[in-house]
Design a protein around this ligand. Structure first.
Ligand SMILES: [Zn+2]
Length: 88
């Protein structure tokens, strides 16, 4: 399965469509190769440049409100609405 076709060319993190971005989206390793992630379709997500750069190789981060370490959104396992919301 083609990763871009599966995502219908939407960034799987911020839902920015590639046509509106003005530059091509990229393949993101959900679990980075640095952490043992494979370049398999299951582990690849279609991501805009901004999301891909911001996420980098991270798989977790610190929640600013609670100070707890939290796992980052996984497009294959998580529901988008449980992690993000559209504001405005
Ligand atoms: Zn994005």
């Amino acid at each position: 399965m083609d990763v871009a076709r599966r995502a219908q060319r939407w960034c799987e993190y911020c839902l920015w469509h590639e046509e509106d971005a003005g530059f091509p989206h990229q393949m993101d390793h959900v679990i980075s190769r640095k952490h043992g992630g494979l370049s398999s379709v299951e582990n690849l997500a279609y991501a805009c440049v901004l999301c891909n750069r911001h996420k980098g190789t991270d798989v977790s981060s610190v929640d600013k409100r609670t100070g707890n370490v939290v796992r980052l959104f996984h497009p294959r396992r998580d529901r988008w609405a449980d992690h993000f919301r559209i504001d405005g």
